[in-house]
Design a protein around this ligand. Structure first.
Ligand code: DX5
Ligand code: ZN
Length: 217
């Protein structure tokens, strides 16, 4: 089953409640929330208070993508703010702190994921794979919506699909960056099952149709 996770980074933040209501009614599986700290990535977006506000507004799954330095410092607070799935970057912390952060999220009763940037090989996730609910392959350099899909990420998605099937088949494989009706079939073919899409959903007037088009592409 293919899941679509619209990224609210491309939503109108002045009307976030209605934007979220539209994608929820429009068939979004997860609401993808991009948190950026201006250090791990060269952009600043939103944080804990916004996650808390969204949580009050919807019972839908909040997929919180932390693009922040040393995420172990903050994962507990994102869980308490209402994240259902907390995803952070393998490049952003020391291995012992990544293990600790994974443990913290699980202890809070939430699902946990690890993400890798385009230059990071799939094998970096190997030590953590058995513990994960989700692995995220960035298909653009993290930091901004609206960038072009990096097609040289396809072999990495295939490699990770093989690793997941062999070692933790319940783990989801998410892709993020440049996903639209053209690129969706490529990542599905490579083995992704959760597709994040920001601009391809929010630039369309009919968000339900955009979500459906990506799911069925
Ligand atoms: C990029 C973010 C993405 C972004 C995707 O750093 O992690 O989730 O919003 O936007 P599109 O789909 O426009 O590439
Ligand atoms: Zn994201």
């Amino acid at each position: 089953m293919i899941k679509v996770a619209p990224s609210i980074l491309s939503a109108d933040f002045c009307n976030l409640g209605s934007e979220i209501a539209e994608i929820t009614a429009g068939g979004a599986d997860y609401i993808h929330v991009d948190v950026m700290d201006g250090i791990f990535v060269p952009n600043i977006s939103i944080g804990i208070p916004v996650v808390r506000s969204i949580r009050k507004h919807t019972a839908h799954t909040l997929d919180v993508h932390l693009m922040i330095d040393r995420p172990h410092r903050y994962v507990e607070r994102f869980c308490q703010a209402g994240a259902d799935l907390v995803v952070f970057h393998a490049e952003a912390d020391e291995p012992q702190d990544l293990f600790a952060a994974i443990e913290t999220v699980k202890r809070q009763g939430k699902r946990v994921g690890l993400a890798i940037k385009p230059k990071t090989p799939a094998e970096v996730l190997s030590p953590y794979l058995a513990l994960l609910d989700l692995a995220l392959v960035m298909t653009v350099e993290p930091g901004f919506g609206g960038q072009s899909f990096l097609s040289d990420m396809l072999p990495k998605i295939e490699t990770l699909r093989a690793m997941i099937d062999a070692r933790n088949p319940a783990c989801e494989l998410e892709v993020d960056g440049g996903i639209d009706v053209q690129t969706a079939p490529l990542v599905k073919q490579a083995g992704a099952n959760v597709l994040v899409a920001g601009s391809a959903v929010f630039r369309e007037r009919d968000r339900a149709a955009a979500i459906q088009a990506i799911r069925n592409a």
